[in-house]
Design a protein. Sequence first.
Length: 311
Amino acid sequence: MHRSISSHHNPSVAAIAASPPDPLPTVQFSPAAIVRHRTAHWRGVLAKTVQIISHEHFEYRFKQQCHLLIAVEQGVRYDGETFIEGLPKSTLRNYSHKLVFVPAGRMFFGVQNPRLLTRSICLYIDPQKVLADPDLRFAEADLQPRLLFEDGGLWEIALKLKSQIGSADPGDRMYADALGGLLAHELLRLDGATARSRRTPRGGLAGWQQARVIDFMEEHLAEDISLRMLADLARLSPYHFLRCFKESFGEPPHRYWAVRRIERAKALLANPGASITEIALDVGFSTTSALSAAFRRMTGQTPTEYRRSLE
């Protein structure tokens, strides 16, 4: 569970932080006991892995006011059908590595006798809350249904969001928020709807924006801050903030923040009296193993190895 940001050090934080929205409605399976899930929820996107654990006959249905993108990692059936309102049904038996897109308000239904146990990634997208470029008017787009198709860009985003489920790295929420915006853009591209976007003015953050955002990040390195919070500080939409930040600093905010947390950890490791567990908590990791994984990924060493190198 994400930790909330304290307003003790900065009175403006309480005004910036907002309560997370309620989870989105999801696909209903029958019988329900045949499914196992892992779930994560970010701004406007709910990611859920679906693992069927029985070879018995099952059905599923969905119709809600949110979009649904399904990436089927494994799907092979003896027989059955898949249906989205507005499209002919499909009886394709091997639909592994295929995508399904169900626009908000469309009925999605399926029934099958599985030959292999199905594994899928379901991405539920709230068109009103996902952090998309406001110029694209994603919430107003009339997206079209697509059944068992292929698209490399969408598939890659689905896998990246799946990899964020259960992450203990406090910076990954910011990364997932950005991926949600990219997902919206890719869905519009699929429909050829991105031409409406106006060109974003070139250039990075203004000096006052840079100072305000960086000071906030430094003060809250150990906290759970979102892309929306940083964008609000700079008085920009999250999409435009992301582009301007990268223009100014050469990397996206989640990567910058990750580097700063590891640099803070390095400084703390120079004190032999500080335990690695304490240091992990001080820089925002809930466990020493989470710190060690991030530290090794960025430096090639574990915190213990780095500390020994200082001796």
